[in-house]
Every structure is written in C-alpha cells, then in structure tokens.
Unconditional design. Structure first.
Length: 135
C-alpha cells in the first residue's frame, strides 16, 4: 500500500528558449491552489492526499499536466475549475475525469488527445485550449 492514498505531481517546469512548458500556463500557481484546496477540505496528510511539484514530466506538448499516483492517471487542465473537478471526482470519489484525462502512451508512438478535445483535434500535434491553438 502507498504511503498516500493519492500522490499528485504537477509539472512546474520552466523551459528556456521558448520551448513549450507547463509553467507557461501557470502550473505553479495552480499547484498552490490545489494544495490549499486539499488542506481546506481536510484531505492532506499521510494516508490521504499529497500535492507535489515536479520538474519536467516530459509531456509539455499536452501541458499543463499533472499525474495522480498510484493510479498513474494523467490529466491536463485549463483553470481552477478543472482542478476542482479533479479533486472532487478523482481524489474524493475515485472517478477518473475522462474529459481531462490524457493517455499514458508516449507521444512518439501515438499523439494523445484529452477526451474533451478529441472531436475537434487538428491534424497536426497542436493542442487547442479555450479556442487558442498552442504548440
């Protein structure tokens, strides 16, 4: 059994030279928000939930990203409402948030699209978030 019921890692990497990175999308601030929400809900601590900052998780093209262990569930998110949904559904109720989930396959084999974007995905690997195409 894991020390934490859920261990959540937020990629907060900042790349140089204009390369895509999760921190360009406010990942550090969103991680702080998630950490404060978990504490406010009384979910923090041993046997419960731990929110951590990670360096590069190597999924920047789908960023910002986080991963929940021990389930190995990867998510992308846009705003605090997405984080609230992940907390409520996944961390509290044990239900994967399919619309925010990204696959576990490496991008080199198959490009992974979050369920909420699959119907409108472009033909090239560009992630469309809130109507804006990101590379």
């Amino acid at each position: 059994m894991s020390f934490f019921q859920h261990h959540v890692f937020f990629c907060c990497n900042q790349r140089e030279g204009g390369k895509p990175c999760c921190n360009d999308h406010g990942a550090s601030e969103v991680r702080e928000y998630a950490k404060s929400r978990i504490k406010a809900l009384g979910l923090a601590g041993a046997g419960r939930v731990r929110i951590n900052m990670a360096g590069c998780l190597d999924r920047c093209e789908l960023g910002p990203v986080l991963v929940v262990y021990p389930e190995e569930t990867w998510y992308t998110y846009v705003d605090r409402e997405d984080i609230d949904e992940i907390i409520s559904e996944h961390l509290q109720q044990g239900r994967v948030v399919e619309r925010l989930k990204i696959c576990n396959r490496p991008l080199s084999k198959t490009f992974c699209w979050p369920a909420r974007l699959a119907a409108s995905k472009p033909t090239s690997p560009i992630l469309v978030r809130s109507g804006v195409a990101l590379r």
